[in-house]
Design a protein around this ligand. Sequence first.
Ligand SMILES: CC(C)(COP(=O)(O)OP(=O)(O)OC[C@H]1O[C@@H](n2cnc3c(N)ncnc32)[C@H](O)[C@@H]1OP(=O)(O)O)[C@@H](O)C(=O)NCCC(=O)NCCS
Length: 226
Amino acid sequence: MLFSQYLFQDGKPFKTTIRNYNESDFDQLIDIQKECFPPPFPSDLWWKKSQLVNHVQIFSDGAICAEVDGELAGSITTLIVNNHGEDHTWEEVTDNGSIGTHDPNGNVLYVVDISVRPKYRKSGIGKLLMQSIYQLVVHLQLEAVLGGSRMPGYKKVKHIMSPQNYIDGIITGEHDDPVVSFLMKAGRSPIKLLPNYLEDPESADFGVLMEWKNPFLRKSNIFSEN
Ligand SMILES: CC(C)(COP(=O)(O)OP(=O)(O)OC[C@H]1O[C@@H](n2cnc3c(N)ncnc32)[C@H](O)[C@@H]1OP(=O)(O)O)[C@@H](O)C(=O)NCCC(=O)NCCS
């Protein structure tokens, strides 16, 4: 995958290139993880080089980054799995981020991670990375994108609200969440809570399974009806 387009920050256009990442990008990808997942997120979940090697060797089409003026601004990493709605954890479905579970004959493009460096946020890079994997799903004729979203805003309200009420409140617009709301704005729909999805204190270890369905494949029977 390779394309460039203009995005805008503070009304000023800048060119962003979307491309597959490779070995020469590994140091920057690890820096991005450190910036994007500070404590209390467990540092042992940041990318290790061995995982990145697997991403580019096992499914290079699904290893995508955004570059601005020669610097990596963000990345998204995916694999293909067979999933028809079963509950799962991040560790199980992604082989703990090493994508040994990649199945070229699967039906779903599954998001392992998306992250954008803080200084580039809110300028559309996350959305563009998400669009790039929608293009990949259409190109590969898969049924859907799935992935468990963090819900880091939950920590602040968990003493007064159940996780389901928290998600319902995001959907009805009573409050927002830094990741779930971003994903909704980028086209993904919340499907269900996944308890013990990932060690993530801010999300009380919950994930929210979120889908995007390939509009060109109507045979899909994953989760939602539309
Ligand atoms: C989540 C993340 C990838 C968003 O990246 P980004 O480049 O800032 O997102 P975009 O600029 O494309 O935002 C797209 C839309 O989401 C909105 N959005 C972005 N961050 C948001 C937030 N914190 N709260 C509410 N909405 C948000 C934007 O305002 C924009 O809305 P619009 O379409 O109405 O203009 C980035 O904040 C990040 O890397 N977070 C830390 C890592 C992480 O938790 N990743 C998720 C793993 S599941």
